[in-house]
Design a binder for this molecule. Structure first.
Ligand code: GLU
Length: 326
């Protein structure tokens, strides 16, 4: 089967060096294996997304030398490539899950539902595991709650462990019920990241997902959804995140490291790609390099397995505030 990879950003802010690195690794894996690369905009959580970031994302990627074969701007056989235009697909998938009695309504308060679509970051960061309160409601209790609050929908986890081989993080095992039954549609009607990403990866024939390690523990949930929808799941590789000197992931608060800000300050795309490559096991020297020049030598196995901590000097050199490395 032809390799089909993808980058699936959420347009909730400017693209950052950390996201650019994830995009670069996913793109290099696809291109070095003669694969296709798809760009999909994950704007399912509309209140979090801003239209101005859609175009900026594409502009930033292109400027960095990352291209795609199918995407929102150029179309393709599996479009549209924007989640907010694919709502019918999600509803159909929900119906299929419902028919298999895999979903149930949950009336728990908003606080307990935090971080479902707005922070699609796996078990660890989705807070405490859902204890299954609404799983056990009687018909009568359900009716009574229904009159007071519209429910979210949760996926009923099976009572078995999940195991899979991750292309970057190695063998993974999750205990039965890890994280608890998860939300596939919020009470406000917005479908969750978990559902939308699976429906789209399935519909777009994605064979290989390379993404950030923050999504590693979403994967057992996504595997269950693939299984329930009767679609073969892609292979997954979760690459460690780029972290700042404080050991925390490089985030939007490092404002100077947004791709737009760097570009406007006159930093070259090759300088950014070179800086990323040097800390990602892609290139043994710190020197400007074009993204396409890395394709021939790329091997996902060479990417370090631990989070990469960059120091202040790396940051200021990248931002053009310090002279290049000798
Ligand atoms: N849209 C998700 C994010 O920006 C990534 C989804 C994925 O790669 O599975 O965090």
């Amino acid at each position: 089967m032809t390799y089909r990879g993808r980058f699936a950003p959420t347009p909730s802010g400017e693209m950052h060096v950390g996201n650019a690195r994830t995009a670069l690794l996913a793109w290099l894996d696809a291109r070095s294996r003669g694969g296709q690369f798809i760009l999909r905009i994950e704007d399912i959580d509309k209140p979090r997304c801003k239209p101005q970031y859609y175009d900026l994302l594409m502009e930033d990627l292109r400027w960095l030398g990352i291209d795609w074969d199918e995407g929102p701007d150029i179309g393709g056989p599996f479009g549209p490539y924007v989640q907010s235009l694919r709502l019918g697909d999600y509803e159909r998938a929900l119906k299929r899950l419902e028919e298999q009695h895999l979903l149930y309504p949950c009336y728990c308060s908003r606080a307990e539902l935090m971080a479902v679509a707005s922070a699609p970051h796996g078990l660890g960061s989705e807070g405490p595991a859902y204890p299954g309160t609404c799983r056990k409601l009687t018909e009568e209790e359900r009716r009574e709650r229904e009159s007071r609050k519209s429910p979210s929908l949760r996926f009923r986890l099976p009572d078995r462990a999940a195991a899979f081989e991750d292309g970057a993080a190695g063998p993974q095992r999750f205990e039965p019920g890890a994280g608890g039954d998860f939300v596939v549609r919020r009470a406000d009607g917005i479908v969750s990241y978990q559902l939308a990403v699976v429906v789209d990866d399935a519909a777009m024939g994605i064979t290989d997902v390379v993404r950030g390690a923050d999504l590693l523990d979403s994967t057992p949930r996504q595997l269950l959804l693939f299984e329930a929808l009767g679609v073969e799941a892609p292979r997954y590789a979760h690459v460690p995140l780029l972290c700042g000197p404080d050991g925390k992931r490089l985030a939007k608060r490092h404002g100077a490291l947004s791709i737009r800000a760097l570009r406007e300050r006159g930093v070259r795309a090759e300088t950014i790609i070179g800086a990323i490559a040097s800390v990602s096991g892609l290139h043994d020297r710190v020197e400007p390099i074009a993204a396409h020049e890395l394709i021939g030598r790329f091997r996902l196995e060479d990417v370090p397995g631990e989070p990469v901590i960059v120091d202040e000097q790396w940051i200021s050199r990248l931002a053009g505030e310090a002279p290049p490395a000798p």
